[in-house]
Design a binder for this molecule. Structure first.
Ligand code: F6P
Length: 520
């Protein structure tokens, strides 16, 4: 089984979509709704406790069928099977892509279930208070030290599941900015703090710098023999971890077939399991697995990630939309967008196709956003009346967790009203000045979920994972490598030497030279 390598712009569907776009680009969604009483049913997917309404998009049945034809022509089915079969679809790193295997309890790899058992035992002892620090006290605070995929996922999920937290406080240190590190250590008691160093490679400058600084901080109170009681690590690089001084029994494995930005389902999620308990962590995984099954088995027109991806391609490549916005109407999800930015932009920010040729069409979408209703009072002006088309995902939960009906009704009223305003605009109403005109006809998806639970959160995250994969398949790019982050890392080494040694002789340009000179 091989991974298809088809230039989407050479397909018949692409030509037809191009022609279709010129014919329909001035169509109004308002008319689509007026002419079709079944539009909302036709363009929505009800799956488990998700209701995905994509009817407020600039599409007709013809658009949908052409997009589905595009998916066929780029061999999306084969690509999905290739990913799930373990073929090395991450060809530039010669790796399989196996994050879905981390949550497949029906067919689990032995090393994955062993690691889950280890996570279970560890978290039970930390939460239950039997894991003791060097003075015999139980753990009160967990500090996750990691960056990128070793930080954003666990941090986002810990925040999203705050309602389900136990007594443990969880903190995240990521930036090499020492002020961040020192602020994160403020008020911590070394006797009751456990540090989880998370680094797939265990070579990441930020994480190792922070880990070393924090170890020194710890050694001001404890001894090196006490490190075993206060430092654990998650990594593929066992040798580097033990060189750091972490006891072998305190190392949680990772595997090269799991990409950093898809790794929260592995032991990288240890801080999540500490914060909400193993059972909730397992439910998160089970929710993601349900999406995996849906993604693998649902017909494309009933397939949430596939439909969301194709819509995104429609706007990105035909409407030339510059960006997409994501607005969760839940304050618990206030870190979701930052998390998805890594997932989506690190995966699909590529300008070379799977044949190694430069690309002459648009790929990776720019993703941004923040929580509603706050966002309404910040950047929504631009979405309503700006000159750009900004397809927006609205994510909401039918039930609130704390059950405050008045707040919940207002929250949902705002979310739904925004999608209505973006669709309808001021059409049909009398408006005194041009400044108060809303054209409407602005695309949105509404993802309405029953309740924010570990399971539904897992399903939601997996939905975006698969969406970005589908986009990458259509664009004929490799979504699972990230070579674009390497050059900056490499150059930072030479720049650091120049700063430390106050020697700019090997720096070739005057701009960089001047900047370095100004630091001393
Ligand atoms: O620099 C980008 C990156 O490689 C991400 O892909 C990854 O999530 C992050 O760095 C952290 O890497 P590691 O887990 O190896 O420290």
């Amino acid at each position: 089984m091989s991974f298809p390598k088809i230039n989407p712009t050479k397909t018949k569907a692409w030509d037809q979509l191009t022609a279709h776009f010129s014919e329909t680009k001035s169509d109004k969604m308002q008319d689509y709704f007026a002419n079709d009483p079944n539009r909302a049913d036709r363009f929505s997917i009800h799956w488990n406790d998700f209701y995905v309404d994509y009817s407020k998009n600039r599409i007709s049945e013809t658009t949908q069928s052409l997009l589905l034809q595009l998916a066929e022509e780029v061999k999306l089915k084969e690509a999905i099977s290739a990913q799930f079969s373990g073929v090395h679809i991450n060809e530039t790193e010669d790796r399989a892509v196996g994050h879905t295997a981390l949550r497949d309890f029906t067919n689990m790899k032995p090393e994955v279930s062993e690691t889950l058992q280890k996570i279970k035992g560890f978290t039970q002892s930390v939460i239950g208070g039997t894991w003791k620090g060097y003075t015999g006290k139980s753990i009160e605070t967990i500090v996750n030290i990691g960056i990128g995929g070793s930080d954003l996922g666990p941090d986002m999920v810990c925040e999203a599941l705050r309602y389900y937290h136990n007594h443990l406080e969880v903190r995240f240190v990521s930036n090499v900015d020492g002020d961040h590190t020192m602020e994160s250590l403020k008020g911590l008691n070394p006797e009751t703090t456990l540090f989880i160093i998370v680094s797939k490679t265990f070579t990441t400058q930020e994480t190792l710098t922070n880990a070393n600084t924090i170890r020194e901080w710890f050694l001001q109170s404890g001894t090196s023999e006490d490190i075993a009681k206060h430092f654990v690590a998650v990594s593929t690089n066992l040798e580097a971890v033990s060189n750091f001084g972490i006891a072998p029994e305190n190392i949680f494995p990772m595997w090269d077939w799991v990409g950093g930005r898809f790794s929260l389902w592995s032991a990288v999620g240890l801080s999540i399991a500490c914060a909400v308990g193993y059972e909730n962590f397992e439910n998160l995984l089970r929710g993601a697995h349900e999406t995996d099954v849906h993604f693998k088995s649902a017909a494309f027109e009933e397939n949430i990630p596939v439909m969301l991806a194709l819509l995104s391609v429609w706007y990105n490549n035909f409407y030339e939309a510059e960006s997409e916005c994501i607005v969760p109407y839940s304050q618990y999800l206030n870190k979701l967008v930052a998390y998805l930015q890594q997932g989506i932009m690190e995966s699909n920010g590529k300008g070379v196709d799977r044949n190694g040729d430069p690309i002459n069409y648009q790929t990776g979408t720019i993703v941004w956003g923040s929580t509603g209703t706050n966002a309404q009072h910040a950047f929504f002006q631009l979405i309503h009346q700006g000159t750009k088309i900004i397809p927006t995902d609205f994510i909401g939960f039918a039930k609130s967790l704390h059950g405050n009906e008045d707040h919940q009704n207002k929250l949902m009223a705002n979310m739904i009203a925004q999608t209505e305003a973006l669709l309808q605009g001021t059409l049909g109403t009398t408006v005194e000045t041009a400044f108060k005109v809303f054209t409407g006809n602005r695309p949105t998806n509404t993802i309405l979920i029953e309740e924010l639970t570990p399971k539904s959160l897992g399903s939601l995250i997996a939905m975006y994972e698969h969406k970005l994969f589908v986009q990458g398949v259509v664009w004929n790019i490799f979504s699972y490598d990230q070579w674009g982050v390497e050059l900056g890392k490499k150059l930072a080494k030479g720049t650091l030497q120049a700063i430390e040694k106050e020697d700019i002789s090997h720096i070739s340009n005057t701009s960089t030279q001047n900047l370095i000179k100004r630091l001393s």
